[in-house]
Design a protein around this ligand. Structure first.
Ligand SMILES: [Zn+2]
Length: 234
């Protein structure tokens, strides 16, 4: 069985392999999908990257700001970092923003689930901090964002809008506020020391682009997720 995906970071960081899967693939087991089929998804990822099943690290995400090293307890964790070659870091999303990070000089990678809650709480900055703790230099980190809900689609209530800096809000005349999640994560990365030209904004809108899963388009009970994965090439 094969699966479709889009490669990320190919040009910016050939020292890593990174991808986001298309609809038709699922490896997420905690959103209601059948256990056997999501386990098969994880096996496909392991085979794709040429590693053992135990080298695929996939946290059970809970919109927290907890960052873990690959190999630590991954329950209730929303970002992963590692310097281990051969470890695949995985993040599941369906409208939230999957963030993939690499400092190729230090050989340190990171992956984070940036929903609005995690973004407001600083998940992107926390992930950069944990990467720096194992040798990464923020000024060398290259960042790519997978598909997430775009500012035109991401309408929020005023109470959520109030949590974001004004420069990432889009206010259509007479309408409810919209949030630019990519811009919000980008601001955080810049504040953490990343260079402007090292940050790639979201590659697609998960709601507009039916290649990707979207909870807002497909419904709250959606058991499937788009997988974003990154590995340091061996
Ligand atoms: Zn959109």
């Amino acid at each position: 069985m094969n699966f479709e995906f889009t490669a990320l970071l190919t040009a910016q960081a050939p020292e890593v392999t990174a991808l986001v899967t298309h609809r038709g693939f699922n490896a997420c087991w905690y959103a209601g999908a059948d256990a056997a089929s999501s386990a098969e998804g994880r096996r496909l990822i392991a085979r794709h990257f040429g590693v053992g099943d135990d080298a695929v690290f996939m946290p059970r995400q809970t919109h927290s700001v907890r960052v873990a090293y690959a190999g630590e307890d991954l329950d209730g964790v929303d970002a992963l970092v590692t310097s281990r070659r051969g470890a695949v870091l995985c993040i599941n999303t369906a409208d939230c923003l999957p963030l993939l990070l690499v400092d190729t000089v230090a050989g340190v990678i990171g992956a984070a689930h940036c929903g609005w809650r995690g973004t407001v709480a600083g998940i992107a900055s926390r992930t950069v901090e944990r990467m720096a703790a194992i040798g990464a230099d923020p000024s060398r980190i290259v960042a790519a964002m997978g598909p997430c809900i775009c500012p035109a689609c991401f309408e929020v209530g005023p109470e959520v809008a109030a949590l974001f800096p004004a420069e990432v809000l889009v206010e259509p005349s007479g309408g409810r506020p919209h949030v630019d999640l990519g811009a919000a994560v980008s601001l955080q990365l810049l504040a953490s020391g990343l260079r402007h030209d090292s940050i790639s904004l979201p590659m697609a809108c998960s709601m507009h682009d039916s290649r990707f899963h979207s909870v807002r388009r497909e419904g709250r009970d959606l058991p499937y997720r788009t997988l974003s994965a990154i590995i340091l090439n061996q």
